[in-house]
Ligand binder design. Structure first.
Ligand code: AOF
Ligand code: ZN
Length: 372
């Protein structure tokens, strides 16, 4: 049975969990808050979240802070505590050993090693368990982990920066800067909370981007950079290739091609990942995402360009859109943010639901999720 304070403390656990996004893959980002009554009032006696690289788990961290105060307390966990033996013992057992009286969980862990066993272990030891508190929020937060478990692909978030009329560049290709500094900084924050960033080869060739997180203090949080480049058009002199040894670069490419060119990329530290073509001879995006997930990516940020965005959209592989919009109007002779989708009937167009809308100076950021 849930109690009045449960939602409030679970929200706290979710906020802690969020700190791990982009840092913990392939693990989920989990938060844990341990609460006990002190003088008739609930008091937080331990907080923890999944640490960089995915270990220690959130519960270990929180129990370590609470020490003896965990006895008789309630633990709020944003994901079912694990039941398997990893580098350390199961978190469910650690909660039992610490004498926790009640565990409130947001959502069960889809990992087949856990999948209900964590809650069952707790109940078998006499710990009271309340499930499904803030379940939707917890699933939203760890959608990347859930998708890798259920569909063997990462969560795909498309980032777009466009004019008011959805153009990402003028007719002669000029795109710097459509949105202002605050929007660009926010874009860097998005990078930090994803495991990898992907761009198409045209964007990589034309813009020569670095695709790193350059926010003060978050420089170490740059994710893997991925270029979808079927024909290996990326110049060896590009910024991406030049510092591939510092921040990893993966190039998704069609099998075959020039061996010497492949070797030249590999000599620069670039990881080449072969992706089979679809019926149209182009890279099969579903297969590409499976390869990326197989290497541990749960949250993928796609930063353009228009054709990569369209091919993912056509394959129904875009889960979320982060749309930065400036108040400038470029007009129909500019480049569209998303290339043609071949939608004939409006009823067949992909539909997204607005989740959040914020102002960033004179620009706006609208966050959408795919409407299922
Ligand atoms: C928890 N708390 O903070 C996390 C959990 O490779 P391992 O041994 O670290 O286990 C990874 C699995 O543990 C992961 O797939 C997921 O099922 C669970 N993650 N569990 O109790 C945590 N991150
Ligand atoms: Zn655990």
């Amino acid at each position: 049975m849930s109690r009045p304070d449960d939602t409030q403390f679970m929200k706290m656990a979710l906020m802690l969990a969020e700190r791990g996004l982009g840092q913990v893959a392939p693990n989920p980002a989990v938060g844990c808050v341990i609460v006990r009554e002190v003088g008739g009032m609930p008091r937080v006696v331990g907080r923890g979240w999944t640490q960089d690289g995915g270990r220690p788990h959130a519960e270990t961290e929180a129990l370590g802070r609470a020490c003896a105060l965990a006895r008789g307390a309630t633990a709020y966990v944003s994901l079912e505590p694990c039941a398997h033996q990893g580098k350390t013992g199961p978190c469910a057992q650690a909660l039992i050993d610490a004498g926790v009286a009640r565990v409130v969980g947001a959502v069960s862990d889809p990992n087949p090693l856990v999948a209900g066993r964590g809650f069952a272990m707790l109940e078998a030891a006499g710990v009271a368990v309340t499930e499904n508190v803030c379940g939707d929020e917890a699933r939203h937060l760890n959608a990347g982990f859930f998708l890798t478990m259920s569909e063997e692909r990462p969560l795909v978030t498309l980032k777009i920066a466009s004019s008011l009329d959805g153009r990402s560049a003028t007719h002669d290709g000029q795109s710097q800067w459509i949105t202002g500094e605050r929007a660009r900084n926010r874009g860097h924050l998005l990078r930090a909370t994803h495991d990898a960033i992907m761009v198409g080869s045209a964007t990589a060739v034309v813009d020569d981007p670095q695709l790193t997180c350059r926010l003060p203090g978050l420089g170490g949080r740059s994710p893997v950079r991925i270029v979808a480049d079927g024909r290996l058009r990326l110049p060896l002199t590009s910024k991406l290739v030049r510092d591939a040894r510092k921040t990893p670069v993966w190039v998704l490419t069609l099998p075959g091609g020039d061996d010497a060119r492949r070797k030249a990329f590999e000599d620069c530290g670039v990881i080449l990942i072969d992706v089979a073509p679809g019926d149209d001879g182009l890279m099969n995006m579903r297969a590409a995402l499976e390869k990326i997930a197989g290497r541990g990516v749960t949250r993928l940020l796609v930063e353009g360009g228009a054709r990569l965005a369209a091919s993912l959209m056509r394959s129904r592989l875009v889960d979320r859109i982060e749309w930065f919009q400036s108040p400038k109007v470029i007009g129909g002779d500019g480049y569209p943010a998303i290339a043609g989708l071949g939608v004939k009937h409006v009823d067949n167009a992909p539909v997204f639901a607005l989740r959040e809308l914020i102002s960033l100076g004179e620009d706006s950021l609208a966050s959408y999720v795919l409407r299922s």
